[in-house]
Write a protein that binds this ligand. Structure first.
Ligand SMILES: Cc1cc2nc3c(=O)[nH]c(=O)nc-3n(C[C@H](O)[C@H](O)[C@H](O)COP(=O)(O)O)c2cc1C
Length: 407
């Protein structure tokens, strides 16, 4: 049975939702599912913008067939060649053998690499600024390298203002009947998952996203719909989501607040983290979050690290090193290019306390514009009464920094 939504009179969402996939990219948990979006334009010619993941291929094919109402499919525009969006290219070719494929040079190269049989099709290679008319609608193509693969482009329909934005402006969570961002409470129910999607999937490529945002800014008045490959379509409040993208892609925090992440085996470092959290609240810094690195998925920690201005790393020493799960988190931060945060360190150990120096070195050696506060707290096994003044100094330094108090 088909399940489609209208974007405009002649543009249809033909995507599908996946609630069975446990791990996106086989790494990020998606407890609320994900949508794979594709769109069909009914012009003088018929046009499909991208396909979907193999898991939802059948639903997608039924949707396309329904929207076409017996018409042939003339064109398939592939904005992004990642398999979660293009797995069904060959299924489309089988059903619509005359379909012409429009994409970038790199994208065609990847289609061959992935073993897709496209050589019998007419392949139309496009590059930045090219335009193409499907009858009433003229589209222009904008290269978007590394958002989030090198071959990516976005397509702007100059006639109806639909921007097919590939992975940009995407989000986790199944659409489940909704199509537009204004049909859900995005800020309450979707923002955290949109951030978790962006920061973990595209986060590394902030400068490339900035380039694309720069290009979008020059045609902003022409954009009426943002149609991403995951998550809802935007038709209003562009400023809201653009502001989020501006923060995320420049690594500027969205919020002044403190994220406390601790690594603890027997509970003493955890107790110190709790002690600090309470002291911060006593000082009026209530925008705080506290997580156990061992029981929080790193994609969630990354997302919140992009969100908050201040970060506390509290770790035990483990075989003369940083606790392995904490080290994984740090490595992820590095890989995703996170920068511009103020960090406080709490270390713990029982005979050779190393984790503080090692975390500081990691930040100094690998990450940009990270300010580490001098007020480190070093614990030997527990937080004893005579360390309370050091915790208090650390809390005060953090509070002053959050409040922008000059020293
Ligand atoms: C496998 C293992 C390796 C450890 N390696 C070190 C170490 O190299 N140096 C050290 O000072 N303590 C080491 N410790 C001890 C813990 O870091 C220390 O007891 C710490 O205070 C525990 O804090 P917690 O109560 O928050 O777990 C190790 C503990 C374990 C289980």
């Amino acid at each position: 049975m088909y399940c489609v939504r209208k974007v405009t009179d002649d543009l249809f969402w033909v995507g599908a939702n996946d609630h069975r996939l446990h791990l996106f990219e086989n790494i990020h948990p998606i407890p609320q599912g994900v949508s794979y979006n594709a769109y069909v334009l009914l012009d003088k010619a018929t046009v499909l913008f991208d396909t979907v993941d193999w898991a939802v291929c059948r639903q997608f094919l039924e949707n396309v067939e329904h929207v076409l109402q017996g018409r042939p499919l003339d064109y398939m525009v592939i904005n992004h060649m990642e398999p979660d969006h293009c797995a069904c290219i060959e299924e489309i070719i089988l059903r619509y053998p005359k379909v012409k494929i429009i994409s970038t040079e790199k994208s065609f190269m990847l289609m061959h690499q992935f073993g897709f049989h496209i050589d019998k099709q007419e392949l139309i290679e496009v590059k930045e600024g090219d335009t193409y008319s499907f009858g009433g609608h003229t589209v222009t193509f904008v290269e978007a390298p590394m958002v989030h693969w090198p071959e990516a482009m976005v397509t702007l329909d100059l006639t109806n203002g639909a921007l097919f934005s590939a992975d940009a402006f995407g989000s986790f969570i199944g659409l489940d009947g909704h199509l537009f961002a204004d049909e859900v409470n995005f800020d309450r129910d979707w923002l955290d998952e949109a951030r978790r999607y962006y920061t973990n999937i595209v986060g590394k490529y902030g400068p490339h996203v900035q380039l694309l945002l720069g290009k979008a800014a020059t045609v902003l008045d022409k954009i009426k719909f943002i149609c991403p490959l995951h998550g809802p379509v935007w038709r209003k409040d562009f400023g809201y989501i653009l502001d989020k993208y501006q923060h995320w892609s420049t690594y500027e925090p969205e919020e002044k607040g403190v994220l406390i992440v601790y690594a603890s085996m027997y509970g003493n470092t955890e107790a110190a983290a709790q002690d600090l959290a309470a002291r911060l609240c006593e000082k009026g810094i209530t925008n705080t979050r506290l997580y156990d690195v061992s029981s929080t998925h790193v994609s969630e920690l990354i997302s919140q690290t992009f969100e908050y201005s201040h970060l506390v790393l509290a770790s035990v020493t483990y075989n003369l090193g940083i606790y392995p799960v904490m080290l994984d988190y740090l490595e992820d931060m590095k890989a995703l290019n996170l920068q511009k945060r103020t960090v406080a360190i709490i270390e713990n150990g029982s005979w050779a306390i190393k984790s503080g120096d090692l975390m500081q070195k990691f930040l100094d050696d690998n990450m940009k514009d990270m300010t580490v506060l001098n007020e480190r707290v070093s614990l030997a096994s527990t937080l004893p009464d005579d360390k309370v003044s050091e915790m208090e100094q650390l809390a005060q330094a953090l509070a002053d920094s959050v409040n922008g108090v000059e020293k």
